[in-house]
Design a protein around this ligand. Structure first.
Ligand SMILES: [Zn+2]
Length: 488
């Protein structure tokens, strides 16, 4: 029997915690919910007391705008907050303030690289909302109970919703990683999935190849790692394909991913939007972002990784692998930029090689992080400059770099302290070579008689006289020239 061919359509809803200092609608500090004592950063507003008023966090709006602009969205001048009503113990107000019909940003896209080439994934909308608290379900000594921690309640969230433009697990992988990279690059969010600052939900449906209409979709929640998301999608694709092959219908429902069981589990039948009884938030004015504000945010944004990628390739001729490593982390790329700015004469490829090879090797070997290494770009290029001008050779340079990283001293100080400077001063070496020839007439005679190895011995004499600090290349050249001269 012929197997049917299906097309899979996948969309992602991504919740990211914005990297603000305070919460979305109150002045409570945003704390690390995995380490802070429970309910230590809570006030009347975020705990849902009656008679209090929310105030919009300006910084949250700015970070959301940065993200929206980087995702090529249109930022809407006037957007509105709405109440999304539902009862849950981690939401004491009984509703979540979100944006519904009028989101902050719409109609963007992200370019992704997949094994099948570059693709554009449309971003339907990006809107602001607040996070809920956290529940911990405990089962102890026969009894069960739940603990409520409201530290996370009211933390600003940006929800980014894509169109169902992804058709494979590879697409999802590329989109989610690219999105995270952009948000981290901009400092919009830490994107730390282990701490829950970035969470994914996927919607997925399948249809026979060639069919225009999308199939019935399921939503998969609780996807807290890239791995969980990929496994859940592969699992659901399998289930749906089997059902469709048998002529069965896929039921529209909300599923959760169980890490331990390695399968999706039905949570509830899909709620409709009107289950939430959305209505405009009466306590907040419309969110107005004037054009001048949008422009100011645009100006404040750093060069985006896609733009830098092209520059590194076209202006410096770097390979894809070098570019990828430089752009993996904005702090590394910025460090590289600072090096080039401080030393325009150094070849960019040399700077990149020292950075990606020698510097990173030392950090790896010593279990140190780039952020805490304490070596400024200025100090780093000072070392590269003295290797470049022959003051010390490449190998000595590597030793000096290790010493700089370990001790925090400058290259200059280490070279002076350890007497590592090579003598490449022409006249001094000429004098030393002449002296070696003059002091060893017997050896010179046997050299002239054809005993070539004596040249090596004389070379050793000069290097010793220079206390090993002479540039060996220069010594070799001068010695050979003087010995050649004696032959005639
Ligand atoms: Zn608060």
């Amino acid at each position: 029997m012929d197997k049917n061919i299906y097309k899979t359509d996948i969309g992602l809803e991504v919740h990211v915690e914005l990297a603000t200092r305070s919460k979305m609608f109150c002045s409570c500090a945003v704390v690390d919910t995995t380490t802070a004592p429970p309910n230590s950063s809570v006030c009347e507003v975020c705990s849902g007391m009656p008679g209090v008023l929310p105030v919009i966090n300006r910084n949250a709006v700015e970070l959301a705008m940065k993200a929206a602009l980087a995702l090529n969205c249109i930022v809407i001048e006037t957007s509105f907050f709405a109440r999304k009503n539902y009862f849950y113990p981690d939401l004491p107000k009984g509703y979540q303030i979100s944006q519904y019909e009028y989101p902050l940003a719409v109609n963007g896209f992200i370019l992704i690289n997949t094994p099948k080439g570059e693709k554009s994934i449309r971003v339907r909308r990006a809107h602001l909302e607040e996070d809920t608290g956290k529940l911990t379900h405990v089962s102890k000594e026969g009894g069960t109970y739940s603990l409520v921690d409201l530290n996370r309640a009211g933390v600003p969230l940006l929800e980014i919703v894509s169109e169902p433009d992804m058709h494979s697990v590879e697409d999802v992988r590329a989109y989610s990683r690219k999105l995270r990279a952009i948000l981290r690059w901009l400092g919009v969010s830490s994107g730390n999935m282990e701490k829950g600052t970035m969470r994914f939900e996927a919607n997925l449906s399948m249809r026979p190849e060639g069919c225009e209409e999308l199939g019935t979709r399921v939503e998969i929640k609780n996807l807290n790692s890239f791995r969980a998301m990929e496994l859940a999608i592969i699992y659901q694709m399998d289930i749906q394909r089997t059902k469709l092959d048998k002529g069965e219908k896929v039921k529209q429902q909300t599923l959760g991913w169980s890490e331990s069981q390695g399968k999706t589990i039905a949570q509830r039948s899909k709620e409709e939007a009107n289950d939430y009884r959305y209505f405009p938030e009466p306590d907040l004015p419309p969110l107005v972002v004037e054009n001048s504000w949008i422009e100011a945010v645009k100006v404040s944004m750093p060069e985006l990784p896609d733009v830098r990628w092209v520059r590194y390739r076209d202006a410096y001729g770097f390979t894809g692998e070098d570019i990828e490593r430089l752009l993996e982390d904005k702090s590394v790329s910025d460090y590289f930029e600072a090096c080039l700015a401080a030393a325009p004469k150094l070849a960019p490829q040399r700077v990149a090689n020292w950075l990606l090879t020698d510097l990173f090797a030392w950090l790896n070997q010593n279990g140190k992080s780039f952020m805490d290494m304490g070596l400024s770009p200025e100090a780093f290029i000072q070392l590269l400059a003295v290797v470049d001008d022959g003051t010390i050779n490449q190998n000595t340079g590597k030793e000096v770099l290790a010493e700089m990283l370990a001790s925090g001293k400058t290259a200059e100080a280490i070279i002076a302290e350890k007497g590592l400077k090579q003598v490449s001063d022409g006249s001094l070496i000429t004098t030393l070579v002449a002296k070696a020839i003059e002091d060893n007439p017997g050896e010179v005679k046997s050299y002239l008689a054809g005993k070539e190895t004596v040249a090596n011995w004389l070379f050793g004499q000069v290097m010793r006289a220079a206390q090993g600090k002479a540039n060996p290349q220069v010594v070799k050249e001068k010695l050979n020239r003087q010995l050649e001269g004696l032959k005639h």
